[in-house]
Design a binder for this molecule. Structure first.
Ligand SMILES: *Cc1c(COP(=O)(O)O)cnc(C)c1O
Length: 373
């Protein structure tokens, strides 16, 4: 029997639970006549900055722009190099490449899917200007080590936090802070399926550095501080008021959304613990995890077969990512990234979202256990 009720993400189900408030706020925003960068955009950026405990949150049009603007704000130029993992969404590398910055790829750890200070250090040279850790699938990188590395080589850190909003990292001394606020600049995306998503495109840039923040505020708005007075080269990357209304409502639910994801992840972990050919995601004690994705490794070449078995049962699954960036045409190079290559053949992500019913999760679990029996 094929199950047709299970979705990879269920934005409609989530919307229906907050529909009254969302609809009312969207209509009031339209009535205000302030469609771009209205007062509600400012209100949202203040709310998010309070939530994240970061001095500045600058909203922008999407998470890819957020990265590009971060590189521009740090004055990275053609000839400069950044280091980022190949095991990430294309945007991380693309935002640098479009500025003519050379993107050097590092490998990731097989158990956490994240890059580490040791793997980054292999690629540092005189031209390296910044490192871009990605908190992949919702889990923080080991930022203590990465910050020490950046200090040692005087490099900037831009955290790609598109998948980990609401995740907290704990330093060895016990201090904890939200990911995206640990480096010089953090970026995020409010693409609908992200943990904090709007109903279109959106993004934001975080920094505790006030002079960087001032520059970023100019870049997102054509390089101007005073209207029609363009001091630097910028772009047009602003957040719509309607999206800010939605984000303002959903921000209040973010912690609940994230803790529900975590509970579902723990259910999966427990259920699959004894399956030898299935490796559950490793959660590092110091690194919070908000499970943007629940990603497993399937051993012995069985990944694609498992995927089609699940598909036949009506259980959706995804491969993040089928082709690593260093093997994509515009970025292709001779680098060997052993772990990244292994992961592209082994990973599979299962449904994990705020509306997944436990009966549906039980169905997924039961069928996967059966497959490996
Ligand atoms: C989604 C995502 C982005 C890009 O965000 P957009 O809003 O789609 O431009 C960048 N990096 C990572 C890791 C992402 O998952």
């Amino acid at each position: 029997m094929k199950n047709s009720k299970i979705h990879m993400v269920d934005l409609m189900g989530q919307y229906l639970k907050i529909k009254n408030e969302i609809d009312k706020n969207i209509i009031s925003s339209i009535n205000s006549g302030r469609f771009v960068n209205g007062p509600i955009v400012m209100e949202f950026s203040e709310n998010l900055s309070r939530y994240l405990d970061v001095k500045n949150v600058i909203p922008c049009a999407n998470g890819t722009d957020a990265l590009q603007i971060a590189f521009m704000a740090l004055d990275l130029k053609p000839g400069d190099e950044i280091i980022c993992p190949s095991w990430t969404y294309i945007a991380t590398a693309e935002a640098a490449a479009i500025l003519g910055i050379k993107v050097v790829f590092c490998d990731v750890d097989l158990e956490t899917f994240n890059t580490t200070a040791d793997l980054i250090e292999l690629h540092i040279n005189d031209k390296t200007k910044a490192i871009v850790p990605v908190h992949l699938y919702g889990q923080s990188c080991d930022m203590d080590e990465i910050i020490k590395l950046a200090e040692k080589y005087k490099l900037k850190i831009i955290e790609d936090n598109a998948q980990a909003i609401g995740c907290k990292y704990t330093f060895p001394n016990g201090d904890n802070k939200f990911t995206g606020t640990l480096g010089n600049i953090g970026t995020t995306s409010f693409y609908p399926s992200k943990n904090l998503g709007c109903y279109g495109d959106g993004g934001a840039i975080f920094t505790n550095d006030s002079s960087l923040a001032e520059k970023i505020r100019m870049i997102v708005n054509h390089g101007e501080k005073i209207k029609y007075n363009h001091e630097i080269v910028g772009c047009n990357s602003r957040l719509d008021s309607i999206q800010a209304e939605i984000l303002n409502v959903k921000l209040k639910h973010l912690d609940i959304y994230n803790s529900n994801r975590k509970i579902m992840a723990m259910n999966y972990n427990l259920a699959f613990a004894e399956i030898e050919e299935l490796l559950t995601p490793k959660v590092i004690t110091n690194s919070g995890h908000v499970f943007h994705q629940y990603t497993l490794r399937v051993l012995n070449g069985k990944r694609d077969d498992l995927k089609s078995y699940l598909n036949d049962l009506g259980i959706p699954s995804m491969i993040y990512y089928p082709i690593p960036i260093h093997k994509q045409k515009p970025y292709r190079n001779e680098q060997v990234l052993e772990n990244t290559d292994i992961l592209s053949k082994e990973v599979i992500s299962l449904p994990i979202h705020t509306e997944l019913e436990s009966s549906n999760q039980d169905f997924i679990i039961e069928k996967i256990i059966k497959y490996f029996k």
